[in-house]
Design a binder for this molecule. Structure first.
Ligand SMILES: [Zn+2]
Length: 299
């Protein structure tokens, strides 16, 4: 979920209901990450299963970093979670949006790129860190196994965000079509209401040659799915006064294929990205349990 939405949703939540919308968005990250871990290959699965509680929980962390105003090399945390690719003066298939970070900033300027987002580059940054920590595991470095687990959780988060269609468009909360709140209705409420009956396809691992290009392609796919979700929301609100059970049933009817597809692809992609990083690191043997190494007494 994005800060600007979270802040708005948070304010509305205080006014309208005691329920926290933000927490549900995080539950969806946890749900997808759990699924991703379940689909990892035998060489990785025991290591990840041993740490599944930790990884699943921390796959929501990047959304918390925005709250404390964390800053990284690329800038504030918030724009790390999206790329509004349809708002960059370039028509589909967005071939003229630079994929090189410096070229991107040079073309649009710092202020505009902070607004439009930088998810592909942030994902690449975390991916590189994960490759390095997997390499450390291969070298027997202390703490490398736990650091790799944490970075896997963080990488999963950004990969999952790229699959949420509203993380790919400038009208990220239905502002342009007067469908405000659609971001959370789709990514949290709709998922959590139907989580037991949604039919997701099994996790499949596919090679990822270039993580940044992969995220770009994922965002371009996401952008193309927004129209279907907006149409489903519009149809579901027609003749209704509230976002009630009947609304959500109608919304699900119109958006179910997109929702199931994106949740399924999200889990597969998170697992594939972890496998890709591990493969690039030389496929180190992952220790299921790490015995603490004896510490030498210094004299
Ligand atoms: Zn996020």
């Amino acid at each position: 979920m994005r800060t600007r939405v979270a802040v708005l949703a948070g304010l509305m939540a205080i006014v309208l209901t005691p329920m926290s919308i933000g927490a549900w968005g995080m539950d969806v990250h946890r749900l997808i990450t759990t699924r991703a871990i379940s689909g990892l290959p035998p060489a990785l699965k025991p290591y990840f299963t041993e740490r599944s509680g930790f990884i699943t929980e921390h796959s929501a962390d990047p959304d918390l970093w925005r709250i404390v105003g964390l800053r990284g090399d690329l800038g504030d945390e918030d724009p790390n979670h999206f790329l509004d690719i349809d708002g960059l003066d370039d028509p589909r298939p967005f071939a003229n949006v630079p994929r090189d970070w410096r070229a991107y900033v040079a073309k649009y300027g710092v202020e505009r790129t902070n607004k439009s987002g930088r998810l592909p580059w942030r994902t690449e940054e975390i991916y590189r860190l994960l490759v390095a920590r997997f390499q450390d595991v291969g070298k027997g470095q202390p703490y490398a196994a736990e650091n790799a687990a944490y970075l896997s959780a963080v990488l999963a988060h950004y990969i999952e965000d790229a699959h949420q269609p509203f993380h790919a468009v400038a009208s990220y909360d239905g502002q342009a079509t007067n469908q405000r709140g659609i971001h959370a209705r789709f990514e949290t409420e709709l998922v959590m209401r139907n989580r037991l009956t949604l039919k997701l396809t099994p996790v499949t691992i596919r090679p990822i040659a270039n993580i940044k290009d992969f995220v770009f392609e994922t965002i371009i796919e996401s952008e193309a799915l927004v129209a279907t979700i907006l149409a489903a929301d519009r149809a579901a609100t027609t003749g209704r006064e509230f976002y009630d059970d009947a609304y959500y049933a109608a919304f699900l009817k119109g958006s179910r294929p997109v929702l199931e597809r994106r949740l399924s692809e999200s889990a597969s992609a998170a697992a594939s990205a972890i496998v890709a990083a591990w493969t690039e690191a030389g496929q180190p043997k992952m220790p299921v349990k790490v015995a603490p190494a004896p510490v030498r007494i210094r004299r």
